[in-house]
Design a binder for this molecule. Sequence first.
Ligand code: SF4
Length: 375
Amino acid sequence: MDSTEDRLAELRGPTPPLPHNARTIAALTTNPGCRRRAIMDAAGVDKRAVAARIDFPPPYGQSPFAITRTRTFVNQVKANGCAELLRMLREVLDLSIPEVAYNDLEDVGGNESQEVRHQRARQILGAAAAFSDDAGTLFDHPLLRLPVGGRQVFLEPDLIAFQYRGTFHIIEIKSFAVIDGQADGGKVAAAAVQSGVYVLALRQLLHELGHDPATVSDRVILVCPKDFSNQAVATKLDVRRQLTVLKRQLGNMTRIDEVLANVSTDITFDLAPNRDGHPTRPKGELCAALEDIPARYSPECLSTCEMSYFCRHEARGTTHALGKSVAEELGSIEWVETALQLAEGKLLPSREQTEASSVLQAALRLREECLGPAR
Ligand code: SF4
């Protein structure tokens, strides 16, 4: 174990790390400048448990009912060697192959180590890429890897990659319904970003093996329940835009070892659980540990990060807490109170604040013309 991994283990404490998945990487890339989240995720800290311990429990989370429903639907689609999935793929990908080989890469002779499972995925997927004429192969549970903040992150996707005439397709199974051909736009958008993460990881694997990464299609197959039934329906989803954004955001992330270099060595998120698993760590100590690592709160955090209520509380009064567009408009004006004083002409703007200050004064004039004095 190198010093970065040792330090991350200390930050987490004695509990097993929470693994990354496409959802956490997608969330990480929506706020690549947040060092707090980068460190907590790299260390596999249970952010939900930390937030709950300091009385800022997260505003969202999948209900047990939704988790069970998702599992049941995935099992149904994958039952009997993915028979139902194959039926749909024949339609969506226009397949005419009578037989399709099915490979489950999850079990590697009882060895469950991530490294061994990943090596198995490299071996099997690499062979498929090399002998692409041997078309019609399904790969279940391939363990992929993606560099995030300078560390290789294993992804344990619930996905199937399908290779047909030399093209790999990522298949994403979701339990939200497609009703009359329409699905919830927000859920589809989130699925597209998560699928994009898998596309990047599979392209990375092929690149490392000397194969053409472009053989991984940028059209993923989304499988959902149809209408109000359990019948599955498959549709192609174009993730080109998501791939561009993900690549840029992953490229913008600071390396974890560089972020760690600025974190005090006595900081830890260890919840010090007692014998029953209940956290005993004093809340004040945990808050101080969090405050030691800079965050970059924005309202988008509310739907993507378990720490959002705490970070929103901490960011009260700042302009960036109002959202990216406000923060961009106001440039170097960090505090809402400063913005108000500049707008009212009670504060002389610095050179960098001059432009934003005139915009604020014009906005205040406009507001007062329409609604009367602001305060
Ligand atoms: S909620 Fe906090 S820790 Fe999470 S991404 Fe936002 S600023 Fe970072």
